[in-house]
Write a protein that binds this ligand. Structure first.
Ligand code: FES
Length: 342
């Protein structure tokens, strides 16, 4: 049995399966509703039940009081429809809809992805979740008052852990710490979500994504989110690296290429090793895009990597007819991030 949920004022509709909460059903269908803890304690998901009946199977709930309930409010992270329902709540589809928070977290797992990239999985306290848009980043707040920025590599719907890709920089404060001292169970403080590099879902333009090095991380979040939402747009994903070992999740990207009908993965190596036996594309990653597309005027471009790569994308793609308003890179922000990802 399933129930139809209608959101006001947008008139968006989606279906909840039996025993599914309103929030879980919305996220499964790629509809952004506000939330924080997802366990009934923070109240962030509160909205109005205008019509129909719901039940709560996890009680007590500290995020809502009896007066609010009798005034028609409900906690959608816990409310399970018993009939078709009509609700009133805001929807999350832009950064202005999200609140930036400082949170403690624990390093749950550390994985070495290749010779110079670590993958960290951070776990927030059990009463907290971080709501963000695919492509955004967080700051790690350090004891000396400085911060280091890292893109979130997990997609928003898969938020049990926050996934970061940390590249080794000689002498980099956080990078050296992460490679030499950070242990599983270490505690960190973060702030986020931050940044305006996220997938614009109100467009139907075909997408070109250009990533360099760990610029792969936000692209991973965006592509996994697009896959989850069954986004019906062409995505051409170019990943530039020096040699094959720098394509640190190449198999995952190959998997997307195979599984997602409209996604095309094009790895590009600038200095392949002889023993890479590389048969694929070579050169600079933005040049590979220029070789493939004479006219870029109809595309939307997401560029993420070292500032010289981002600048080359902006300069050369606009010369090929792409209006700057369709290039999402936030090169100032990315420069600031790059300087601080050490
Ligand atoms: S998300 Fe915190 S109470 Fe629902």
């Amino acid at each position: 049995m399933s129930f139809k949920i209608t959101i006001e004022p947008s008139e968006t509709t989606f279906i909840a399966e039996k025993n599914e909460t309103v929030l879980a059903a919305a996220l499964r269908e790629g509809i952004g509703l506000p939330y924080g803890c997802r366990n009934g304690s923070c109240g962030s998901c509160k909205g109005k039940l205008l019509e129909g009946r719901i039940e709560y199977t996890n009680v007590p709930l500290t995020g809502i009081n009896d007066e609010e309930k009798s005034n028609g409010y409900a906690l959608f992270c816990q409310a399970k429809p018993l009939t078709d329902i009509r609700i009133e709540t805001r929807q999350i589809d832009a950064i202005g809809d999200l609140s930036v928070r400082k949170l403690p977290c624990r390093v749950d797992k550390i994985e070495k992805l290749n010779h110079d990239v670590l993958r960290l999985f951070l776990k927030l306290p059990s009463t907290e979740r971080l709501q963000f848009l695919a492509g955004q980043y967080i700051d790690i707040l350090m004891l000396n008052g400085k911060h280091r920025s890292f893109s979130l590599a997990n997609p928003p719907h898969d938020d049990e852990h926050l996934e970061l890709h940390v590249r080794h920089y000689e002498g980099g404060v956080f990078s050296e710490y992460a490679f030499n001292k950070l242990k599983e169970k270490s505690l960190l403080r973060i702030e986020g979500p931050l940044g305006s590099f996220f997938l614009r879902e109100d467009s139907d333009r075909p997408i070109i994504m250009v990533a360099g090095g760990t610029g792969f991380a936000p692209v991973k979040s965006i592509i996994e989110s697009a896959r989850h939402k069954a986004l019906d747009r062409e995505i051409h994903f170019y990943w530039g690296a020096r040699s094959k070992e720098d394509l640190y999740l190449h198999d995952l990207a190959m998997f997307w290429d195979k599984e997602m009908e409209r996604l095309h993965y094009i790895p590009v190596l600038s200095e392949p090793h002889e023993d890479d036996q590389w048969q694929g594309r070579t050169g600079l990653v933005h040049e590979a895009v220029l070789e493939d597309f004479e006219d870029l005027s109809g595309f939307e471009v997401y560029a993420c990597g070292p500032p010289p790569m981002v600048h080359a994308v902006v300069d050369s793609f606009t010369e090929r007819g792409l209006s700057a308003e369709y290039i999402y890179s936030d090169s100032f922000e990315f420069a600031a991030k790059s300087n601080s990802t050490s």
